[in-house]
Write a protein that binds this ligand. Structure first.
Ligand code: NAG
Ligand code: NAG
Length: 508
C-alpha cells in the first residue's frame, strides 16, 4: 500500500485515485488506473492556468480575474491566454505549442473524448488559447509573443490575481522578426481550425485566416524570435526551421492546399525536416512531430506526386519511434523504473509528448494496414508500441519503484504561485509571498488538479519540495499531449488495440 500510495510522483490527483482503487481491488500493483478520470483531470488543469476573466462555468474555484490590463500600455487588448507553468508570465511560444498539441489530441482522439464526456472541455481549453492568439495578432505582420517577463516575475511570489509585477507586452514585426513564434502560432491556429470546422465554421475560417497570415509573416521575415523578444531568451529560446515545416504541415492538413505540401516537400532538406533524426519532441524541437504528420499524409495517400519527398520524413519518424521503444540503433535512455529519460529539468514533458507521437504512429500503422515498424533491432508491432506508451502513462500515474519515498502520496508542494498561496481577499505582496508562502514546509492550500509535474530524476528519485522547480513545476505543454493519450487509453479501458480489434484484446 505504501508503495502504491507513495508512488504518485507526477499526477497530483491520481495518487488519490490509486489509493482508492487499492482499497477497492486489493494489491494489484500494476493496474487499476482509471484513465477516464485521469483524462478529465488532465483537461481540468488548464483552468488553473487561465489568465484573464474566468468564465461562469470555471470549475477551478481558487482562480479569479488576473492580468486585466495586459497589453493596455501598448494599446492592445491581450487579456486572456495561459500562464505556461508555475509563474505568471504569458510566454507565447510554449502557449502556442500547447494549443497545437491539445488540438492534435482532439483531432486524433476526439471521438474517445466525446465518449468520456470530455470533448467540450477539451475544445474549451483550445479556444481559451485561440481567443488569445486572435488578440495577439492585430495586424498581418505583428504578433505579440510575451506579456510580463521572467526576471521581474521571478523576483516576486504572488498569485496571478495579486501580481504587482511588470506586464509589459513584447511583439515581433517585420523589423523584429520571430519565425519560430509566428510559425508555431500559425500551426496552433491551423490545427485548431480543424477542431472547430464542424461545430463553428466561421470561427474555423477566422483561425485559418490568422494562420495563413502568420505563416507568411514567419516565412518572409526570417529570424529567431528571441533576438526580437530578448526577455524570452533565458526561458524559451528556439530556432525556426522546424516550426516553419510544422506550420506548413498543419496548414496542409487544414486546407489540403498543395502549396503547403510543396513547401513541406521542397524544404525538407533546407529546414532540417528530412535530415534530422532526433528522439526528443517538445515546445522547442518539433521535427519528430513534423515527421509523424508527414508520415500520416503518406499513409493516408494524400502526398500525391510528392510522396517520394515525404519518405525522408517518414524514415525519421520511424527512427523516433524505434529509439523510444528501445529498438533503435540509438535508444532513449530509461530510468531503472522504466521512464524515458532525457534530462533532469522537467523530463516528463518529453515522456508525454513522445507517448503521444508513439500512440498516433501505432494507430496510423494499424489503420493503414502497414503494421509493424521495421526497426534496426527488430519489428515494433503497433501493439508493443502502445504497450510501451501505457507503461509510461502508468509510471506517471503511480507505478514507479521509489514511490514510497514520497510520504505525501502525491506532489503536495507543486512549484506554482497560485496554488501555493491561499486565496485571500487581501493582497499578498511581492516579497511576502516568498516569506510567508514559498518557504512553508506544508503542502499547497490549493490543489493543481491533474497537473503533470517535471517528474523524477534518472534514478526515479523525486523530492516533493516547492523549491525543487526542476521536479515539482508543472507546465501546460506537459499535459496537452497526454490528453490525447489518456483519451485513447480510456476508450479501450487500458486495453491497447483498436476498437475493431476488441475481440482479439479479450483473447490476448
Ligand atoms: C486601457 O487604457 C486606456 C487609456 O490608456 C483606458 O482608457 C482604458 O480604460 C484601459 N482599458 C483597460 C481595460 O484597462
Ligand atoms: C463561434 O465562435 C465565436 C467566437 O468565439 C462565437 O462568438 C460564436 O458564438 C460561435 N458560434 C457557434 C455557432 O458556436
Amino acid at each position: 500500500m505504501a508503495k502504491i500510495s507513495g508512488g504518485c510522483v507526477a499526477f497530483t490527483f491520481l495518487c488519490l485515485l490509486a489509493l482508492a482503487s487499492m482499497v477497492k481491488v486489493g494489491l494489484d500493483a500494476g493496474g487499476g488506473h482509471d484513465y477516464a478520470i485521469a483524462l478529465r483531470k488532465s483537461i481540468l488543469y488548464f483552468e488553473a492556468q487561465r489568465s484573464g476573466v474566468p468564465p461562469p462555468n470555471q470549475r477551478v474555484s481558487w482562480r479569479a480575474n488576473s492580468g486585466l490590463f495586459d497589453g493596455n500600455a501598448s494599446g492592445v487588448d491581450l487579456v486572456g491566454g495561459y500562464y505556461d507553468a508555475g509563474d505568471n508570465v504569458k510566454f507565447g511560444l510554449p502557449m502556442a505549442f500547447t494549443v497545437t498539441m491539445m488540438s492534435w489530441s482532439i483531432l486524433e482522439y476526439g471521438k474517445q473524448m466525446a465518449a468520456a464526456g470530455e470533448l467540450r472541455n477539451a475544445m474549451d481549453a483550445v479556444k481559451w488559447g485561440t481567443e488569445y492568439f486572435i488578440k495577439a495578432h492585430p495586424e498581418p505582420d505583428v504578433l505579440y509573443g510575451e506579456v510580463g517577463d521572467g526576471d521581474t516575475d521571478h523576483s516576486c511570489w504572488q498569485r496571478p490575481e495579486d501580481m504587482t509585477t511588470s506586464r509589459q507586452a513584447f511583439r515581433v514585426d517585420p523589423q523584429h522578426p520571430g519565425s519560430d513564434l509566428a510559425a508555431e502560432t500559425a500551426a496552433a491556429m491551423a490545427a485548431a481550425s480543424i477542431v472547430f470546422r464542424d461545430t463553428n465554421t466561421s470561427y474555423a475560417n477566422l483561425l485559418l485566416v490568422h494562420s495563413k497570415q502568420l505563416f507568411e509573416f514567419a516565412d518572409k521575415y526570417r529570424g529567431k524570435y528571441d533576438a526580437s523578444i530578448t526577455v524570452a531568451r533565458k526561458y524559451y529560446s528556439s530556432g525556426y526551421g522546424d516550426e516553419l515545416l510544422w506550420a506548413a504541415a498543419w496548414l496542409f492538413d487544414a486546407t489540403e492546399d498543395r502549396s503547403y505540401l510543396e513547401y513541406l516537400a521542397g524544404n525538407g532538406d533546407a529546414l532540417g525536416g528530412t535530415g534530422w533524426s532526433i528522439n526528443q519532441f517538445g515546445w522547442d524541437v518539433k521535427y519528430p512531430g513534423v515527421q509523424v504528420l508527414a508520415a500520416k499524409f503518406l499513409l493516408q495517400g494524400r502526398a500525391g506526386d510528392r510522396a517520394a519527398a515525404l519518405q525522408g520524413y517518414r524514415q525519421n519518424a520511424e527512427f523516433f519511434v524505434c529509439s523510444c521503444v528501445g529498438k533503435g540503433a540509438v535508444n532513449v535512455a530509461r530510468t531503472p523504473g522504466g521512464m524515458m529519460y532525457h534530462r533532469r529539468w522537467n523530463n516528463l514533458q518529453f515522456v508525454t509528448s513522445a507517448s503521444f507521437l508513439l500512440t498516433v504512429y501505432a494507430d496510423f500503422a494499424t489503420m493503414s494496414g502497414h503494421g509493424a515498424v521495421r526497426c534496426p533491432a527488430g519489428a515494433a508491432q503497433p501493439f508493443d508500441i502502445l504497450k510501451f506508451v501505457k507503461s509510461q502513462v502508468n509510471y506517471i500515474l503511480g507505478d514507479n519503484p521509489r514511490g514510497d519515498e514520497l510520504h505525501g502520496g502525491y506532489p503536495q508542494q507543486v512549484h506554482h504561485r497560485g496554488a501555493s498561496i491561499k486565496r485571500d481577499p487581501s493582497l499578498v505582496s511581492c516579497k511576502e509571498g516568498y516569506s510567508r508562502w514559498y518557504v512553508r514546509k506544508a503542502g499547497n492550500p490549493n490543489l493543481v488538479d491533474g497537473a503533470v509535474v517535471g517528474g523524477p530524476d534518472e534514478h526515479d528519485g523525486f523530492a516533493d519540495e516547492r523549491s525543487n522547480y526542476e521536479q515539482t513545476e508543472a507546465a501546460t505543454y506537459n499535459n496537452a499531449p497526454l490528453v490525447g493519450v489518456l483519451a485513447r487509453l480510456a476508450a479501450s479501458s487500458g486495453g491497447l488495440l483498436m476498437e475493431e480489434d476488441d475481440q482479439s484484446l479479450t483473447r490476448s
